[in-house]
Design a protein around this ligand. Structure first.
Ligand SMILES: [Zn+2]
Ligand SMILES: [Zn+2]
Length: 592
């Protein structure tokens, strides 16, 4: 049975239960959302999670009564009068918002009735017993802060208890792995209100960031990309030309190009300066570099990469830790190529992407080829050829892919790459978007073999997407226990007695000389305390040293999450750590 139907029905049952328990509570809307549903109520005293057991009990009762869902078509006036006499003012407003030429559908379950588009299942019994209320929150009526605050109850429902339990386990696991919590425990980064959606990377977090960037840079260098750096701030005229000023401006930060008033009085800005904007993406700037000098067909493909720092004006409420930020660093690149190179370039990219994901520890990748939407630009022939080129490229790689019918961008098809993480969640990470439009808008041409001027084709592609979000995802996937090559501190040398301090210092120096990120912990603390603290910091290895280790030139190796320890000669332990901490691409080269 379809989850969205079960959840929609469950939302009606929730609303009936609440009104039966607390007469006078007004109902508003109750849509199905990802992984569940909610219903917004107006009640003087907001609901709390303590109300859940009694509401759930009432819901079960209503489901047991087994009333059938019946649909009725009402006139607007009938519906308005009905809701008005019951004091359901929000419903009256909803009825008013429905266009006059549309009929109104009302769904009844027993005595309870709601305005609803439907569809519903046969009876409330079909909701079954695999439902659960999950949280409450305040929400403004129609999302507008000038409107009354409503009490929103969230819930979810599944076809059976096993599915519900699996989901609840996943949610509990996701909570434990929340990158915001782990990021704090590991001292990786923080946010503060003065810089909404922009990360303050602490040293340890920035080590991860740098390792990731360095890794990608190495991979791109070896794959025939050139790296560039383009301006942060560009004139609105530039964005007008690229088309972003018209279609994308609401997502951009606009900055006036003038010297601010430094006096205490008067406005800071006159408002007369030309407008500039922080770049929300790198694409048009890359075309400027492409357009320097005349390009010949022999210069193509040109693969241009940038770890571009981009700003997008996301609403404060939409921000979510590293997952949704306003300032992001993309592993962005644009491939300028001829039409007959699309297929080979796509194939080349997909191989690179799979190898990167493999190195990051993700083997479960779902590829979607998003095809021509109902509303589209360009000709059908070009769409067909482009879809065929992408499809053929995927077939040549041998990786399975799905077709996302009609989900292409307005001008061209695209590929999406979704990763499955350790607890079964899916993340869209990589993309490859074909683009004929921007090269034409910005006049990106090359001289073809026959001497004619042709527009280049652009492939916008990213593997990690934004480094911020990818790191957030990695933290959750590994519950903070990063692969050793990415761990901020790879080993802590911890002394048991102060007589071993000198030996510990010597070891740390040796480790650092060998390129290992090592720290000394010579504090006058019990070893168990040190072990506990560094395991909260997710340090993968500890070399514990006391008098005996110092005398014998050994270390006691403790591995995060593993019981016990192993005594090894210091040089052997260091050598094996160097090997283990080598980035996977370099390891591969060494093995070849
Ligand atoms: Zn409904
Ligand atoms: Zn782009």
């Amino acid at each position: 049975m379809c989850w969205s139907l079960i959840r929609h029905d469950a939302a009606h049952v929730l609303a009936e239960a609440v009104q039966e328990l607390w007469p006078g509570t007004q109902v508003t809307i109750g849509p199905v959302i990802e992984n569940g549903f909610y219903y917004d109520f107006k009640r003087d005293e907001p609901f709390s999670e303590e109300d859940f057991p009694v509401i759930e009990k009432k819901m079960a009762e209503i489901i047991d009564r087994g009333a059938a869902f019946t649909k009725e078509v009402w006139s607007r006036d009938e519906a308005k009068a009905f809701f008005a006499t019951r004091g359901e003012n929000f419903k009256v407003e909803l009825v008013d918002a429905i266009p006059a030429d549309q009929s109104l559908k009302m769904y009844k379950q027993g005595q309870w009735i709601d305005l609803c588009r439907g569809p519903h299942m046969r009876t409330v019994k079909d909701v079954g017993n695999a439902f659960k209320l999950t949280k409450v929150a305040g929400a403004y009526w129609r999302g507008d802060s000038r409107n009354p605050v409503l009490s929103r109850i969230y819930g979810t429902a599944f076809a059976n208890k096993a599915e519900l339990d699996a989901y609840l386990t996943m949610v509990a696991e996701a909570e434990k792995r929340d990158h915001r919590k782990i990021g704090q425990e590991m001292d990786l980064y923080h946010f503060q209100p003065e810089a909404q959606g922009s990360v303050f990377w602490h040293h340890k977090g920035y080590v991860i960031f740098n390792q990731m960037e360095t890794y990608i840079r190495r991979r791109l260098n070896k794959s025939g990309y050139v790296e560039v750096k383009t301006p942060q701030l560009m004139s609105s005229k530039f964005w007008e030309q690229s088309g972003h000023w018209g279609k994308y401006r609401e997502n951009m930060f606009v900055v006036p190009d003038e010297v601010p008033n430094v006096e205490d009085t008067g406005p800071v800005l006159t408002g007369e300066g030309d407008l500039m904007a922080l770049k929300p993406m790198n694409c048009p700037a890359h075309v400027q570099i492409f357009n320097q000098g005349i390009k010949s067909y022999r210069d193509l493909p040109l693969r241009m990469a940038e770890f571009g720092c981009c700003h997008r004006n996301e609403a404060h409420g939409a921000l979510h830790g590293l997952m949704r930020v306003r300032q992001m660093t993309q592993d962005d690149a644009h491939i300028f190529c001829r039409e007959d190179q699309i297929q080979a370039e796509t194939e080349h990219f997909v191989h690179l992407l799979y190898s990167v994901y493999g190195h990051m520890g993700f083997d479960d990748v779902v590829i979607k080829l998003a095809t021509r939407p109902d509303k589209f630009g360009g000709t059908v022939e070009r769409w067909d050829a482009a879809e065929k080129a992408l499809g053929d490229a995927l077939r040549a790689t041998g990786y399975d892919f799905e077709i996302a019918e009609g989900e292409g961008a307005f001008y061209a098809p695209k590929l999406e790459f979704h990763l499955k993480d350790a607890i079964g969640r899916s993340w869209q990470v990589g993309t490859l978007q074909l683009d004929y439009v921007l090269p034409e808008r910005l006049d990106a041409t090359y001289v073809a073999e026959d001497g004619s001027r042709q527009y280049a084709v652009m492939l916008h592609r990213a593997i990690l997407g934004s480094l911020e979000r990818f790191i957030g995802m990695m933290i959750e996937n590994y519950a903070g226990k990063m692969p050793i090559w990415l761990a901020p501190t790879q080993v802590v040398v911890a002394t048991i007695v102060s007589e071993a301090d000198a030996y510990g210092e010597k070891l740390v120096r040796q480790l650092q000389d060998a390129g290992v990120r090592a720290e000394l912990d010579a504090r006058n603390e019990k070893i168990n305390y040190k072990v506990r603290e560094h395991s909260v910091g997710r340090v993968p290895l500890m070399f514990v040293v006391g008098r005996r280790e110092a005398d014998e030139g050994t270390v006691s190796v403790r591995r995060l999450g593993v019981e016990g320890q192993k005594v090894l000669p210091a040089d052997v332990a260091i050598e094996s750590l160097v090997l283990e901490g080598t980035p996977p691409d370099l390891k591969q080269i060494a093995a070849e």
